[in-house]
Design a protein around this ligand. Structure first.
Ligand code: NAD
Length: 433
């Protein structure tokens, strides 16, 4: 099948590369000419384990190509995927500006009948509106099918998630469209769930909202654990053994960030609000997360007389390990607050530093290693649980001016900490002093 993909961000590029890997002929289109040039040289613009190698392999056998031209990108294609961003508007609703532009690009450049596949996360009803927009513009010149095919990959394990996903959701109002998308995906060997378009759109939001709820729930329990003297790790293990609950997403920490959960939870509150439904539970989830994201600062304030003038090491900047994505990363809020309280911030991240530089305050100093960041510091805040941080020899922290660790991701066991003269505070567990 010949496939064109509009938008080569985290989703579009991974989709394009993996579809090429299973044998399709794929052309990826992006309006960012610099990005396209880079990708033509087989250089991935994002950090994603295994992506560069797979990309190079498929470019070499000519199954994968890149262009900035929608016109040439749509030549002879059977299917066009939309994988552009749907960021949040100020009121929390999804901004559909890029989706509407992609629909316009299709309408203006498509010359043959085509199936449009929506990969972007879009509010219920959007697929129908996009079909209408394209059909109104092409005025019967070509036949358009639209299929909702929401994406469930996780940054940091996107390739693995594509080949070993739990399900592929295909939402279609026509058997023909559903069969085309099912045939494309069949080689992945992942179970396919067929449904109608609106339900597919809702499955994506409901899934992310549910996972965010699990995170906020366990974070609330962890805060109570601290107050009553229980240990969240023991609590989560005991809860997770119940199959009805499941052990995943029960890791207490400093809240969720990233390009999806924050915006998708708020968008779902808006989607509900548009039909006069108050989604009280999800509003609570969002508020709990906001509070949790600044917990490390609260703990730091409890451990130090004042933050002003202190050298604080911030370990981990990306919104989660194995990605360079800084969108809505909790580190942004933490660093902002440290700078506001006049701390000297020394930050370390193994991969996301370049992206962080354009986002974080210019006063932030970047270290090349955990050792360099913590040396001479008055406190170390662990924000992202990179392996480089979890696996560090704890003796490194003895080089601090004051060996004080406040760990937002529970990277270290309490027993291992007890072997060092380090003050250690984590989430939902007793402090080691
Ligand atoms: P992104 O912002 O990383 O990438 C979007 C790309 O689209 C950019 O490179 C941009 O230049 C390009 N683009 C925008 N308009 C274009 C147009 N008219 N023609 C060609 N290119 C255009 O976005 P992303 O993180 O890949 O997310 C894409 C969608 O997938 C969003 O709706 C998001 O919610 C959803 N999603 C993301 C993830 C994730 O982990 N990132 C996971 C599941 C779903």
């Amino acid at each position: 099948m010949k496939i064109s993909i509009i938008g080569t961000g985290y989703v579009g590029l991974v989709t394009g590369v993996t579809l090429a890997e299973i044998g399709h002929e794929v052309i990826c289109i992006d309006v960012d000419a610099q990005k396209i040039e880079k990708m033509k040289q087989a250089a991935s613009p994002i950090h994603e384990p295994g992506l560069s190698e797979m990309m190079a392999r498929n470019i070499a056998v000519k199954r994968l190509a890149f262009t900035t031209s929608h016109q040439s990108g749509f030549e002879d294609v059977d299917v066009i995927y939309i994988a552009v961003g749907t960021p949040e508007n100020e009121d929390g609703s999804a901004n559909l500006m890029y989706v509407e532009q992609a629909a316009k690009d299709i309408a203006e450049n498509v010359v043959d009948d085509v199936t449009v596949v929506m990969k972007s996360t879009v509010p219920v009803g959007t697929n129908h509106k996009v079909k209408e927009q394209i059909c109104n513009a092409v005025k019967g010149r070509v036949k358009i099918e639209i299929v909702s095919n929401p994406e469930f990959l996780k940054e940091g394990s996107a390739i693995e998630d594509t080949f070993l996903g739990d399900r592929i959701v295909i939402g279609s109002d026509s058997m023909e469209g559903a069969m085309v998308v099912a045939a494309i995906n069949e080689p992945f060997g992942v179970p396919i769930y067929h449904t109608d378009i609106k339900s597919a759109e809702m499955i994506k939001y409901a899934s992310n909202a549910f996972l965010a709820t699990k995170i906020s729930f366990i974070n609330e329990i962890s805060n109570i654990c601290e107050l009553v003297g229980a240990n969240i790790e023991n609590v989560a293990s005991g809860m997770g053994m119940d199959n009805r609950i499941g052990s995943q997403f029960l890791k207490a920490g400093i809240g969720y960030g990233g390009s999806c959960f924050p915006k998708d939870t708020k968008a779902l509150i808006q989607i509900a609000g548009n039909v006069n439904y108050e989604f009280d539970l999800l509003k609570g989830v969002v508020n709990v997360n906001k509070k949790q994201q600044l917990l490390l600062i609260e703990k730091l304030n409890q451990c130090t007389d004042k933050i002003e003038g202190k050298r604080i090491a911030v370990l981990g900047l990306a919104f989660k390990p194995n990605t360079d994505d800084m969108r809505e990363a909790t580190s942004i809020l933490i660093v902002e607050e440290l700078i506001r309280q006049r701390a000297e911030v020394v930050a370390f991240d193994p991969i996301a530093t370049e992206n962080a530089k354009s986002i974080l305050h210019p006063l932030v100093v970047y270290a090349a290693s955990v050792e360099e960041a913590v040396e001479g510091s008055d406190a170390a805040l662990i924000v992202t649980e990179w392996e480089e941080i979890r696996g560090i020899n704890l003796s490194v922290f003895q080089k601090m001016r004051r060996p004080l660790i406040i760990d937002g991701r529970n990277c270290f066991s309490l027993d291992s900490m007890k072997e060092y003269p380090i003050e250690y505070h984590s989430i939902g567990r007793p402090a080691v002093t």
